[in-house]
Ligand binder design. Structure first.
Ligand code: FES
Length: 107
């Protein structure tokens, strides 16, 4: 995870999780990663688990569902082509090394 630092510079945080199908959001919250609010707990109703997926990984993810695509219009920070909701990304062994950047804010 690349997160905005308190004074602007980016901080890099590597998190070791098992690829058990749990969501990226849940893995991040469990690991204490700051910057993912996940207010709805993964119910796809809050858009506060927004992440920017590293371009190298974008094509390896299943495309967003229609519901995720709709919710991506409600993120606090601008939606970009690589925007995803982390509660909709299931961690699998194929995603070993996945890199995402967190937006400056989720509200
Ligand atoms: Fe609410 Fe992902 S946690 S949309």
């Amino acid at each position: 995870f690349i997160t905005p630092g308190p004074n602007g510079p980016l901080q890099d945080r590597e998190v070791e999780v098992s690829a058990d199908g749990r969501s990226l959001m849940k893995a991040a919250v469990d690991a204490g990663v700051d910057g993912i609010a996940a207010d709805c707990g993964g119910a796809l109703t809050c858009a506060t688990c927004h992440v920017y997926v590293d371009q190298a990984w974008l094509d390896r993810l299943p495309p967003p569902s229609a519901d995720e695509d709709t919710m991506l219009d409600y993120t606090a920070e601008e939606r970009r082509p690589n925007s995803r909701l982390s509660c909709q990304i299931a961690l699998t062994p194929a995603l070993d090394g996945l890199c995402v950047t967190l937006p400056q804010r989720q509200w």
